[in-house]
Design a protein around this ligand. Sequence first.
Ligand code: KIV
Ligand code: ZN
Length: 511
Amino acid sequence: MKERLIIFDTTMRDGEQSPGASMTREEKIRIARQLERMRVDVIEAGFAASSPGDFDAVYAVAGIIKDGIVCSLARANDRDIERAAAAIKPAKQGRIHTFIATSPIHMEKKLRMTPEQVLTEAVNAVRFARKFTDDVEFSPEDAGRSEIDFLCRILDAVIKEGARTVNIPDTVGYTVPEQFGSLIRRLRERIPDSDKVIWSVHCHNDLGMAVANSLAAVMNGARQVECTINGLGERAGNAALEEIVMAVRTRQDVFPCDTRIDATQIVPASRLVSGITGFPVQPNKAIVGANAFAHEAGIHQDGVLKSRETYEIMRAQDVGWSANKLVLGKHSGRTAFKQRLKELGIELESDDAYNAAFQRFKDLADKKHEIFDEDLHALVSGEAEAAAGERWRLVSIQQASGTNERPHAEIVLSETGAERRAASEGDGPVDATFKAIESVTKSGAELMLYSVNAVTQGTESQGEVTVRLSKGGRVVNGVGADTDIVVASAKAYVNALNKLQSKIERINPQL
Ligand code: KIV
Ligand code: ZN
């Protein structure tokens, strides 16, 4: 029997720290259910002390996960730890993950603390967290740029205080595989009780080495990897879960351990996270990119047809590519619809929400004969918030464009119930649509990113549009799906405006 490599997913915490990737409580519940289906060992559901919304989301996830540990991040102080403890209270198995920076630059410039003070805070934090749970994880932030002697002292001290997992973050993605692997080996050799704890790593991808660094650590004794779906995360992201899992599984000849992940859930998880966050997956992304198993060159196609192993080291269906199955059609009834949503982990808040979603499903089935799981996710993404009393709602859009015709759009929005309309011309149909929306809403937001992706295959697929808006330092991603990509664009823009508005209201409640 090989040793277990623990998969710690931080899509909903570190992943959420990507600009615009914030998730609602309902979205986190959907992701958490998918992670559980995938058999992730630890789900870091958020940073409970960071906002009431994050607290609620961690609390809700803790209440639903039956198989796996639910974790909240906490800085090394009593308030954060108390909030984390309260948020994970409903969990069958809960973990508090506390951290403090240990690199000279972070201690001096950010914390303005001496190493001795940092050590005292770390020990106090672990001791305090242990009052709430036996499962405490400690991270010396920016370990990749910390001094090894100091790391040994602080890790030895927190292990003595009862930390069960010690996590070594390469916070700024600075290390290289050989060096990082050797750091893990040396720490394990030097710290007396190192065999009593799980060694974990948490690598960022600033130099494109997050996965390589994590795997080098695994070769040197790490038995937990912190990672995210699609490699989402701060700046260039974190190590991608799908790459870690499939590298270890595919190369069992070199790795001394394996995960318990159900890899067939990887592609559905990737699609779900991409749809919710509005971060598209690049086509050539390993494992989950649209081209990951596509063989274009004739010589490759010929080889694959003769024997798949000539050019393929994994099977597409083993990572869930064939999970894209036809699920419902025009004649499917309300019960089948509700049942499939349930199987996908989608639970709507009220009968009204189910009725509205069922109506949208019927409308879609009229336009598109085959409805796939991805369509159902797209159908509820963004729309779930519409039900929650947002300021703007798209009522209708008409637009005309063509060769020798200046694109023109007419839009009707409802502003908390009252209809508002405007028309505009633009350089293209999407430009005209966004200008018309702006002339009603006058948000003044800056469009940072616009992208369209097909939700499924074929020309009748829904287009899923992501719109990233920024205003006053706040960045949000809006998503919208429709078989008409201009309508999808309008939905995405309105969705982003509502998110921007609710972010502003959270910061400035009198608005
Ligand atoms: O990157 C980092 O150092 C972190 C820690 C909080 C673990 O995310
Ligand atoms: Zn991180």
